[in-house]
Write a protein that binds this ligand. Structure first.
Ligand code: NAP
Length: 286
């Protein structure tokens, strides 16, 4: 492998340490202890693990952490009542409603009900709009993590040709907005895109957020490009086991790229670190 390995695990630890220092400074200056409340509806095992990790890392950063577990049968009205109570609670600075939600609940109605000033996931339409307009506001945690890794690896991103593969509201679209604000020339690809290989060949930066194992071929990568692999895919491995891989054919891409994130240990750890960063921002008086 010729590429520099972008160590998201180590970088996320640095971000969490910076947040912890910021929390301590805020506490001593104002007495405010940032508080993050996560609401989990139902018992999706992956979400349970993720919420548990969020709680541990929030407390480690010196913040107050609360988890509200609701049954899978919860109605939209019941969830909206919980959100309204958290909006009104001054000890709660950040609210995160874990996705996915059960089918009887309209996720966009819930996201729109969260106070935009407590929307540390950055999914409220006001924050989405601010990001699209380049006006600040809370930025979704996974693309924010990708941007911090890119800045750390490349420095100034001005003028780079950036290809974002995927256009979801959680990753692809906000990633494209962030890169536009960095003065990159941004192309967004999706399932209807023609000739992805040709777009990759012209890209100085590739951010892959597709959800298909090894979909982006190493041979497509422009020599010297920087590759951020957001995908998390579980595939069959030897001995009847499974393992996690990204959306990029890692070994082949690493022969051509300047730098590349591994999966796991790349983008993944940055998401919670950025959630803590957003929560500190939410708790800090203007
Ligand atoms: P998603 O909502 O399913 O979106 C996937 C995107 O990929 C869509 O825009 C889709 O295009 C596009 N796509 C699908 N097939 C394609 C193809 N053949 N060529 C080009 N584009 C194609 O997924 P997501 O929520 O953005 O997540 C993407 C991946 O990132 C998943 O593996 C997920 O697990 C991972 N993820 C990781 C983190 C983390 O590290 N913390 C956080 C979030 C997500 P269309 O719009 O045309 O359908």
């Amino acid at each position: 492998m010729g590429a520099i390995l972008i160590d998201g695990k180590a970088f996320a630890a640095t971000v969490r340490a910076e947040v912890a220092a910021g929390v301590a400074a805020l506490k001593s200056r104002t007495g405010i202890v940032p508080g993050l409340t996560v609401v989990l509806v139902g018992e999706d095992p992956a979400s349970q693990v993720y919420v548990k990790n969020k709680g541990v890392q929030t407390r480690e950063a010196g913040m107050n952490s609360a988890e509200i577990g609701l049954p899978a049968s919860t109605t939209q009205a019941e969830l909206l009542a919980v959100v309204a109570r958290l909006n009104a609670d001054p000890a709660v600075h950040g609210i995160l409603v874990q996705l996915p939600l059960p089918p009887q609940i309209d996720a966009s109605a819930v996201m729109s009900a969260i106070d935009p000033a407590k929307d540390v996931d950055g999914f409220h339409p006001i924050n989405v709009g601010r990001l699209a307009l380049g006006q600040g506001g809370f930025v979704p945690c996974t693309p924010l993590g990708c941007l911090l890794l890119l800045r750390d690896s490349l420095g100034d991103l001005t003028g780079a040709n950036a290809l974002v593969i995927g256009r979801s509201g959680i990753v692809g679209r906000p990633m494209a907005s962030l890169l536009i604000s960095e003065s990159c020339t941004v192309t967004v690809a999706h399932s209807k895109t023609r000739d992805l290989a040709a777009l990759c060949a012209a890209a100085d930066i590739v951010v892959a957020a597709i959800g298909r194992p090894h979909f982006v071929k190493g041979a497509w990568i422009k020599p010297g490009a920087t590759v951020i692999d957001v995908g998390i895919n579980r595939i069959a491995a030897e001995g009847g086991k499974t393992r996690l891989v990204g959306d990029v054919e890692f070994d082949a891409a690493a022969q051509r790229a300047r730098a590349i994130t591994p999966v796991p240990g790349g983008v993944g750890p940055m998401t919670i670190a950025c959630l803590l960063r957003n929560t500190l921002t939410a708790a800090t008086p203007a």
